[in-house]
Design a protein around this ligand. Structure first.
Ligand code: BGC
Length: 761
């Protein structure tokens, strides 16, 4: 059905149009009955449907309908599996259709700048490429069912502390490469119906009224056509927000801000056309849903099974000294820890799903074998309960192997506040250490939304990182522990040894008014790997019950223009005796020296399934963006001419194959020549190089000569050829006055010639 939305907007009164720009209540948009504009509902997201029935509130105080809690983003990102995320999205889309929900609020792609952010469990990664790829797949899936998504929180909302007022102070290059990077590809490729702007300010300006962000970048540069809604309560100045590109305010303001919009149009401070465009954008999405409604029911049990599969494909095996998989027969196994019985599988706050059922590891293991169980610790208080502790140590000791289900209790991390440290509860750390003294086969299974310090890592034989894996968590854990499924998740973030190692440590979370992103682009592995720092487990790392061999790396060309693409292919072989999946990662290292860059950056990946001894060829593409950095001079992406290393690896620290490619740039960075431009800058620029080359040679002579000094000649020894060369390179043009006897006028004439050359005149 083709609708003429423009025509419809023409028929609306000013008050009706203003009314469309804010919610009716917590979860609904307003309708206009006389014109057939329906009221539609939006609901949280991101990893399940949180549809609140009657009395609504955004932090989940009131009950929502029974639904399915899928693994949270911190887990699913570790799957590195676009198809899996798309499948999860499709299922969420079907659930929304069944429940008449027009937009499901998510995915959330904010970068994990610090392990302390209370909401890291809802976010994908420390890497913008991975976050964006996962989000794009999620959006594709949901929207294939004609249900909208809301990619959030746009942008630079990387902490909970003072999230509604604090200003994220970020330089432009970092903002583009890291924080906007997580949104850009997902928005361009998958076109989410809505974008949710964040609460915080960015360099002083609220996201909700940031014209640069919501219009210049989002619409003018990225071509975005959906609508922008506010995070719940993120509006500061409604009219300013509308002008900046914020179409919908959520939740409703009881009519107050609608009235402000009406007034602004009447008194001429807001052009009515701005309002009309906003309403048009909202209505396009409203009708996109209502015109494609499909009544139906969703099969909770089937979706629960899918949640178990996604969880199993996401969990990361961090350590296995031959203890896993466990044997269902002939081995006495103990399950220790409260989380074996009552697992923590999601985080607190607006994403909290009312799960229709939960499968714990104790439930799931009943289908496999009998295990002994002891609770070991309490989650309400971080205090050793002597009785529980002693019983757990004894149960573990009496078994052939002990699996300890540990992690962070709800109070340790949540939406609304950040963690103050990276430790697990002391009572759990103590229990693990004590059990490791009496039992040599210890496996720890972790339930947490963000990395924890693991002081006992050397004392146990196995570690399985389950993250917050959704309501079927126990099924996935048991399948992996007993080898029914083969671990294939890889870390979507680095696990440092300790909090202090994290690059944002000195600046997080700021003074409450501002938070400075001083580590710049060096976030996560971009920092650890560049500094060659020891980490507990690196980005992209994860073990399997089989092994993989990489060979025969090929590039489609060893020299490309920056407007071309290069295809990378290689062979991957399963060299073990069980089937498994490998995540092959493609990193690029800039060797041109054009700017300070991380040692490597993830630019593509592929997940491949292989039977024992099977070999497959996998291919991945790289384009200009894979090589480029964001130049604040060009206000655009720039890949300098020169060599780039293509690194293929099983983690950021396990690079198996490398090759180099030369990229030839079609752009030259602008050069403004002044008295203080250095000779090296002029030599680096291909256009000014010709003009300055001869003069540079004679400048060397004047600065001490390029000949070897005679032995024993103190004056000559004082100035080596290397030194004269560097002195020449670092000299500004004005130095020609002092060292070459040129006059100011002569240098000015030279500058003119150089500038003309730089501009290619
Ligand atoms: C959260 C959003 C959420 C909204 C609605 C806010 O507090 O930041 O992520 O979608 O509430 O519940």
């Amino acid at each position: 059905m083709k609708r003429d939305v423009k025509e419809l907007v023409k028929q609306m009164t000013l008050e009706e149009k203003a009314g469309m720009c804010s919610g009716k209540d917590f979860w609904h948009l307003k309708g206009v009955e006389r014109l057939g504009i329906p009221e539609v509902m939006v609901s949280d997201g991101p990893h399940g449907l949180r549809k609140q029935a009657a009395e609504a509130d955004h932090l989940g105080l009131n009950e929502s309908i029974k639904a399915v809690c899928f693994p949270t983003a911190c887990a699913t990102a570790c799957s590195f599996d676009r198809e899996l995320l798309e499948k999860m999205g499709e299922t969420l889309g079907d659930e929304c259709q069944a429940e008449n929900v027009s937009v499901i609020l998510g995915p959330a792609v904010n970068i994990k700048r610090s392990p302390l952010c209370g909401r890291n469990f809802e976010y994908f990664s420390e890497d913008p490429y991975l976050a964006s790829q996962m989000a794009a797949a999620h959006i594709r899936g949901v929207q294939s069912k004609h249900v909208g998504t809301s990619i959030k929180h746009f942008a630079a909302n990387n902490q909970e502390y003072r999230r509604m007022s604090c200003s994220s102070e970020i330089d432009e290059r970092t903002f583009r490469e890291i924080y906007l990077g997580a949104f850009e590809t997902a928005i361009k490729e998958s076109k989410p119906d809505t974008v949710m702007c964040s609460y915080n300010r960015i360099n002083g300006e609220f996201a909700s009224e940031n014209h640069k962000l919501l219009t210049e970048i989002l619409r003018d540069e990225w071509g975005y056509e959906g609508y922008v809604m506010s995070d719940w309560g993120a509006v500061n100045d409604r009219v300013k927000g509308l002008k900046a590109g914020l179409e919908l305010e959520m939740p409703g303001s009881g009519g107050n801000t609608d009235w402000e919009i009406v007034e602004a149009v009447k008194n001429g401070t807001l052009e009515e056309q701005v309002l009309d465009t906003a309403v048009e954008r909202i209505l396009n999405i409203v009708f996109k849903f209502t015109d494609n409604r499909r009544e139906g029911r969703f099969d909770k049990e089937a979706d629960h099974k899918l949640a178990a599969r996604i969880a199993a494909e996401s969990m990361v095996l961090l350590k296995n000294d031959g203890v896993l998989p466990l044997k269902a027969q002939g081995q006495k196994i103990a399950f220790i820890g409260k989380f074996a019985d009552k697992p923590r599988f999601q985080g607190g706050g607006s994403s909290h799903i009312n799960s229709f059922k939960v499968t714990s590891a104790l439930d799931a293991v009943k289908e496999v074998t009998e295990v002994a169980y002891a609770q070991g610790y309490d989650v309400k208080e971080d205090k050793i309960d002597e009785e529980l502790f002693a019983e757990a140590v004894k149960t573990a000791k009496d078994a052939d192997a002990a699996v300890i289900f540990a992690g962070l209790p709800d109070a340790f991390e949540s939406e609304g506040y950040d963690r103050s440290h990276m430790r697990m509860p002391d009572c759990q750390n103590a229990l693990i250490s004590e059990i490791a003294k009496v039992q040599k086969n210890v496996v720890v299974v972790l339930h947490n939304g963000s990395p924890v310090e693991m002081p006992w890592a050397e004392d146990v034989k196995g570690i399985l990182e389950a993250y917050l894996a959704g309501q079927a968590v126990g099924q996935a854990e048991v399948d992996l522990l007993f080898g029914k499924a083969n671990p294939c998740g890889k870390l979507a973030e680095t696990i440092p040894y300790q909090l202090e190692d994290n690059p944002s440590y000195l600046f997080f979370p700021g003074d409450g008014k501002t938070v400075e992103y001083r580590e710049g682009v060096f976030v996560g592995y971009r920092y650890y790997d560049t500094k060659h720092m020891a980490v507990r487990y690196p980005f992209g790392y994860g073990l399997s019950y089989t092994t993989f061999a990489y060979s025969d790396l090929q590039l489609s060309s060893d020299e490309i223009k920056d407007t071309d693409t290069v295809t990378v292919s290689l062979k991957v072989k399963n060299t073990g005796d069980v089937a498994g999946k490998e995540v092959v990662q493609l990193y690029v290292a800039d060797k041109t020296g054009s700017v300070s860059r991380p040692a490597k950056e993830l630019k593509n990946f592929v997940k491949v399934e292989l039977q024992p001894q099977e070999e497959k060829t996998v291919t991945m593409q790289l384009d200009k963006r894979s090589f480029a950095w964001y130049s604040t001079q060009l206000h655009d992406w720039y890949a300098a001419t020169g060599m780039y290393e293509i690194m293929v690896g099983a983690s950021s620290r396990d690079i198996r194959l490398t090759k180099t490619v030369k990229v030839v740039s079609s752009t030259e960075l602008p050069l403004h020549v002044t008295m203080n431009t250095t000779i090296s800058e002029l030599l680096e620029n291909s256009r000014t190089r010709e003009v300055i080359r001869d003069m540079a040679e004679s400048l060397i002579e004047h600065m001490g000569g390029s000949q070897e000094g005679e032995e024993g000649n103190a004056a000559a020894e004082a100035i080596t050829p290397e030194m004269s060369l560097k002195m020449m390179e670092n000299a500004p043009l004005r130095a020609m006055r002092s060292f070459m006897g040129m006059s100011t006028e002569e240098i000015e004439t030279l500058i003119e010639r150089l500038q003309e050359a730089a501009e290619n005149k």
